[in-house]
Design a protein around this ligand. Structure first.
Ligand code: TXA
Ligand code: MG
Length: 350
């Protein structure tokens, strides 16, 4: 299959909408990451998403809408859900709601809830409006790869597997949406994203964060969100997180990187802009400013992909406090590292 990459002109969106309505797949930009869309009412179209991504069938998809009208055929909307939509839609918040019959079980992997969001990206909104069916769309990467934040990465993963990619430039948030469970007592963040815990608590009162956000699932622990079970976002090289006081971290990064190089590894560091000069001979990959975690969010997946492109096999990274958007960053970075971390002072003491 030939994969066309087209800009977001209205006629291209019309062509993409036609494809979607006829049961085919289209990749499109959203404010978080690129999505790989199919008509959510069409079981066979939905199944072809799993095939194109090599995605396990037990990992459910997010359904995208452009207006709330569409929800009447998708899910039951509670008062809490309405409040959340008033506050955060369109935007990077996915809400779990009881599924209606017209959404095939293939979308929800057999679960009684369906995940729904209304993206704010103008190209996503225009495409969803043009096709006017709800669109099931996971991130447009091959399973196990970082989510794509530009059309170039979608092409890398999906060339020959889907007919069309709409190129809307780089994604603004850079990490996937917040997934929120509101069906089990206190609301619970299953996956942190651009809508932060603080923002949600202003609207809902206290909000929990699933334990597995900042650590691996424990043996026998049930994944509240099936996606948490899978190894995600991992580059081919081993990532190690280095924690501690700022200047000690810089020293430890240098030592770890040099030692790994001496042992024959292709080693590098991921560090904040403010430390790049001090680490100039450690092959620094820039994570943005230490004072602007949204920059780290925006560039993280791009950085993880570039590490693979140059074949780095030992990667030492700075960390952020797990607050605000930093929680989403540390969830993705933690999983990229298999939650492998060391203390800077221990490294410098040895
Ligand atoms: O920002 C995003 O959310 C992007 C863009 C394209 O919208 N989409 C995205 O989809 O990241 P995906 O499939 O890569 O991640 C969906 C996550 C998975 O972790 C999945 O397990 C969880 O949402 N999920 C979906 N439906 C669920 C449900 N009914 N219950 C619990 N978790 C669910
Ligand atoms: Mg994904």
């Amino acid at each position: 299959m030939k994969t066309q990459v087209l800009g977001p002109a209205q006629e291209n969106l019309q062509a993409a909408a036609e494809l979607l309505r006829s049961g085919q797949l289209v990749a499109f930009p959203t404010e978080t990451v690129y999505g790989l869309g199919a008509n959510a009412f069409d079981k066979d179209a939905v199944l072809s998403i799993f095939a194109a991504k090599d995605r396990p069938a037990d990992n459910p998809l997010i359904v995208h809408v452009w207006c709330r009208e569409q929800l009447k055929d998708i899910c039951e909307v509670s008062e809490t859900a309405e409040k959340l939509m008033d506050a955060f839609w369109p935007g990077p918040l996915t809400i779990l709601m009881p599924r209606k019959e017209s959404i095939p079980l293939e979308v929800t992997a057999g679960l009684p809830t369906v995940a729904v969001r209304m993206p704010s990206h103008p190209v996503a909104a225009a495409l969803l409006k043009a096709c006017n069916v709800p669109v099931a769309a996971p991130s447009a990467n091959r399973s196990g790869k970082p989510s794509p934040t530009s059309a170039r990465y979608v092409y890398q993963d999906m060339d020959g597997r889907i007919p069309m990619i709409i190129d809307g430039g780089d994604c603004d948030v850079g990490l996937e949406s917040t997934v929120l469970d509101i069906g089990h007592g206190k609301p619970c963040i299953l996956r942190p994203g651009g809508v932060t815990r603080d923002m949600l608590e202003k609207v809902l009162g206290e909000v929990d964060v699933a334990g597995s956000v900042l650590r691996p699932l424990q043996q026998g622990e049930v994944a509240l969100s099936p996606g948490m079970r899978y190894k995600h976002y991992a580059p081919n090289g081993q990532v190690v997180l280095v924690e501690g006081e700022e200047q000690q971290v810089v020293g430890a990064l240098r030592r770890l990187c040099e030692e790994a190089a001496q042992n024959g590894h292709k080693s590098c560091v991921m560090c904040f802009t403010e430390h790049a000069e001090q680490l100039a001979d450690c092959h620094p990959f820039d994570l943005g400013s230490i004072h602007r975690p949204e920059e780290t969010a925006r560039c993280l997946f791009d950085t993880l992909r570039r590490l693979d492109d140059v074949g780095m096999d030992a990667i030492f990274s700075e960390v952020l406090p797990p607050e605000g958007i930093g929680l989403a960053v540390m969830n993705r970075l933690g999983r990229a590292a298999g939650f492998h971390s060391v203390q800077a002072e221990d490294i410098l003491r040895d």
